[in-house]
Design a binder for this molecule. Structure first.
Ligand SMILES: [Zn+2]
Length: 476
């Protein structure tokens, strides 16, 4: 592959086409189905599918066998692209699976006054707006990498690109699509996934693990209608206090330590060493990428321990609540119920079904004061721990990183989840994985002011092209 041809092709494509495409894509409020249960009627997911599929079809890629929008009753659609092998002596045996998603997180509050989730704004090389970085750019970057290989006399194996539309809901629709695809996936021996993060924008960061997830909606009811708190408080137990009691069963309120046995695992030694090496290099910088308030004490004062805490240990977040009026309109009332949404990150190798079962049992057994307690809408997703890098891949990633960034590749664990990686690891136990992404400092996926770092996305596209070509040409 002629690297400089590939690089200039990719740079021009990002400037001329990919960035304007993403501007249009950001304007589509394509919420993941968990946040838009009427997604079929609202049509936004379909609009995003049509937008991306239309662009994919417009590209003059050699050997495109099909570009399909796969549908299943009641499920979000899936975009499937299949490209024949390209270049001399390419066997049809091996397949590269490229993965991304087009569904988005909800708006969230706290956007800068002049920004907004559905308002694309380019400022200082950052494209602001929901879903550009997580994960709309993946489809564009993936196909552009394939195209760049072809344009620069490189080679690539058979490529299958999957863009799903339920990732931010825990990928509930993906297993059905994957079993409907069955043999069509072929022998996947390399997975390229652009839905992860980076520690800085200076080099290629490879994700070595992802956390899993357990959670659901905890509901505590005490009365059937609100009552004057002057009459009922002190007699009827508060639903909020009972929620506190229940949360104390699963989390130490003083330390934040998760109290479920099934949510813990022994951290592999090489992952501990990896975190220590990264902490040594980054120092306290590794702990301070967050917009914390002055004086806030973090949960750990040791950088390596903090890295392990957010990648290999469980942690609980309360991500939403019902039954609580806004403070501006709340009277002195003993409320009938409190509902909190729990999101518990799990270590990469913990079985999410087992953790979810323990979570449900501990929360609902023997309700305090005999209150009506339920735990519904379970959300369990598997984490993922990378297999060892094959020598050919390790060396080609180093080459890719040096070419794009003039720096060596770095390894790190990611604290988020990509449920499909766990599924793929089970389906293709011998496959190699390149999981990387643009979610770096301040990019704030899921929060306000999400942005795509355009220069970094372009360099990652370069890296992808290098790895595609190496996969097809490097002897192993
Ligand atoms: Zn994502």
């Amino acid at each position: 592959m002629d690297t400089s041809t590939a690089n200039s092709f990719i740079a021009k494509r990002w400037a001329d086409d990919l960035t304007p495409q993403l501007v249009d894509y950001i304007a589509i409020p394509a919420l993941s189905p968990a946040f838009d249960p009427d997604w079929e009627a609202s049509g936004h997911l379909q609009a995003a599918v049509d937008h991306i599929a239309g662009w994919l079809r417009s590209r003059p890629v050699v050997g495109v066998r099909r570009i399909e929008i796969r549908t299943l009753p009641g499920r979000t659609p899936l975009i499937l692209v299949e490209v024949d092998p390209f270049g001399p002596d390419q066997s049809t045996e091996s397949t590269v699976l490229l993965y991304g998603h087009l569904d988005k997180q909800p708006e969230m509050i706290g956007w800068r006054d002049d920004l907004g989730p559905w308002k694309p704004v380019i400022e200082n090389g950052r494209l602001y707006g929901r879903g550009g970085a997580d994960d709309g750019y993946a489809a564009y970057a993936s196909l552009t990498a394939i195209e760049a290989v072809q344009q620069s006399n490189g080679s690539h194996a058979r490529c299958v690109l999957l863009i799903e539309a339920s990732e931010e809901s825990g990928s509930p629709d993906l297993p059905a699509h994957i079993s409907a695809l069955a043999d069509e996936l072929g022998e996947v021996d390399l997975v390229l996934c652009l839905d992860s993060g980076c520690v800085d924008y200076e080099t290629l960061w490879l994700t070595t693990s992802l956390r899993g997830l357990a959670g659901g909606k905890l509901r505590v009811q005490v009365v059937t209608e609100g009552i004057h708190s002057g009459a009922a408080s002190g007699v009827v137990p508060s639903s909020f206090r009972i929620v506190r009691q229940l949360l104390d069963r699963i989390e130490d309120a003083a330390t934040g330590r998760v109290l479920l046995d099934s949510a813990w695992t022994d951290i592999p030694e090489h992952r501990v060493a990896e975190a220590e090496a990264l902490a040594n290099e980054l120092g306290r910088g590794s702990m301070e990428p967050f917009a914390i308030v002055p004086g806030l004490e973090l949960m750990s004062s040791d950088p390596a321990d903090a890295l392990l805490a957010r990648t290999w240990r469980p942690a609980l977040s309360i991500t939403g609540a019902d039954g609580l009026p806004p403070t501006g309109s709340s009277g002195n009332v003993l409320r009938p119920e409190t509902v909190v949404k729990l999101s518990m990150r799990l270590p990469p190798t913990v079985d999410p079904a087992v953790a979810q079962a323990e979570l449900t049992r501990v929360l609902t057994d023997d309700p305090p004061s005999g209150a009506l307690v339920s735990f519904d809408d379970p959300e369990a997703a598997a984490g993922w721990n990378a297999p060892d890098l094959a020598p050919w891949l390790a060396s080609s990633l180093q080459v890719a990183s040096q070419r794009a960034f003039a720096k060596p590749m770095q390894l790190f664990g990611e604290g988020g989840s990509i449920p499909f990686m766990g599924m793929l690891g089970d389906l293709f136990p011998d496959a190699q994985f390149v999981i990387t992404g643009v979610l770096g400092p301040e990019s704030n996926a899921h929060g306000p002011n999400e942005f795509l770092h355009l220069a970094y996305a372009e360099k990652l596209t370069n890296c992808l092209a290098t790895v595609l070509d190496a996969h097809a040409t490097v002897p192993r």
